[in-house]
Write a protein that binds this ligand. Structure first.
Ligand code: 6PG
Length: 242
C-alpha cells in the first residue's frame, strides 16, 4: 500500500485536487485496461466533486460507475446516494445507461439486495465465488464516528470477510455496503474529508493504535494507493507521513 496524505487550504481546493487525482486515475485505468471502474461515496462532501467531474471531457463510454454504499431507500428518495450522483453528474453527461451499476434497494429485503448486487459484481468482473475484484477507484468519506461507506462502528458488517457486499446498519436503519476486503482490493482508494467535525475521527484513524471496531475507517488498508485528501478544517492536526 502507498499512503498519500494532503491537506488543502479549503473545500474548493480540496475538490479541485480531488478532481485532478480522479481524472488522472481514470486516464491511467483506461490506458491500462481499456476501461475504468469507479465506486462513488455518498453523503454531502463529494457532491461538488461530482459536479466538477461532469464538466470534464472524458470518454464516458469507458467509465463504469458503481456505489460503495447505499441507503436502503428507492432511487428517487432524497437520501439516495444514487439520486445525488445522477443529479450532480450522471444525468449531465453522455454515459451509457448500462455503464451505471446502482446498488439494488427494491426487494424489501436488504440481505437479498446485497446478494443480488454481489452477483452483479461477480458477473461484471467475471470473478468466481470467494474471489474479490479490483476496482480502479473507490471514493470514500468518513462520518464524525469514523465510519466509512456503511461500515459503522461495532456492527457485523465490519467482520464480513467472505462477501463483496453486505448489509450495513446505521442506528437500526439498513444500508447496502461494500465489505472491507472488497474495498481493500482496490487499485486506488481516495478518502475526501472536509470540516472541523471530522477532526476527532481523523485523530483516531491516524493514531498509531486505536480500536478499528470503534473507528472502522482504520480497516481500510488497500493493496493499491490510499489517498487521504483533507481540507484544513478537518486535517490541520493530521500528522503527515514522512
Ligand atoms: C453515506 C456515505 C457515508 C459518507 C459519510 C460522510 O452513504 O452517507 O457513503 O459513508 O461518506 O457519512 O458523509 P458527509 O460527506 O455528508 O460528511
Amino acid at each position: 500500500m502507498k499512503k498519500l496524505v494532503e491537506v488543502l487550504a479549503n473545500r474548493e481546493e480540496l475538490i479541485q485536487r480531488s478532481l485532478s487525482i480522479v481524472r488522472s486515475q481514470i486516464q491511467t485505468a483506461i490506458a491500462a485496461r481499456g476501461q475504468c471502474t469507479i465506486a462513488l461515496a455518498g453523503g454531502s462532501t463529494p457532491e461538488p466533486l461530482y459536479r466538477a467531474i461532469a464538466a470534464q471531457d472524458l470518454p464516458w463510454d469507458k467509465i463504469h460507475v458503481f456505489w460503495g454504499d447505499e441507503r436502503y431507500v428507492p432511487s428517487y428518495h432524497p437520501d439516495s446516494n444514487q439520486k445525488m450522483a445522477r443529479l450532480a453528474w450522471l444525468d449531465q453527461v453522455n454515459i451509457p445507461p448500462s455503464n451505471i451499476h446502482p446498488m439494488p434497494t427494491g426487494a424489501a429485503d436488504p440481505a437479498a439486495d446485497a446478494r443480488a448486487h454481489q452477483t452483479q459484481l461477480q458477473q461484471f468482473f467475471q470473478v468466481s465465488e470467494g474471489e474479490f475484484p479490483a476496482f480502479d477507484i473507490i471514493l470514500l468519506g468518513i462520518g464524525d464516528d469514523a465510519h466509512t461507506a456503511s461500515l459503522f462502528p461495532h456492527t457485523e458488517a465490519l467482520q464480513v470477510r467472505d462477501s463483496l457486499v453486505t448489509v450495513g446498519n446505521k442506528d437500526g436503519q439498513p444500508r447496502i455496503t461494500f465489505t472491507v476486503p472488497l474495498i481493500n482490493k482496490a487499485r486506488c482508494v481516495i478518502f475526501i474529508v472536509a470540516g472541523a467535525s471530522k477532526q476527532p475521527a481523523l485523530a483516531q484513524i491516524f493514531a498509531p493504535a486505536a480500536d478499528a471496531m470503534t473507528y472502522p475507517s482504520r480497516l481500510i488498508q488497500p493493496e493499491g494507493e490510499l489517498w487521504w485528501l483533507l481540507d484544513a478544517a478537518a486535517g490541520e492536526d493530521v500528522k503527515q507521513p514522512r
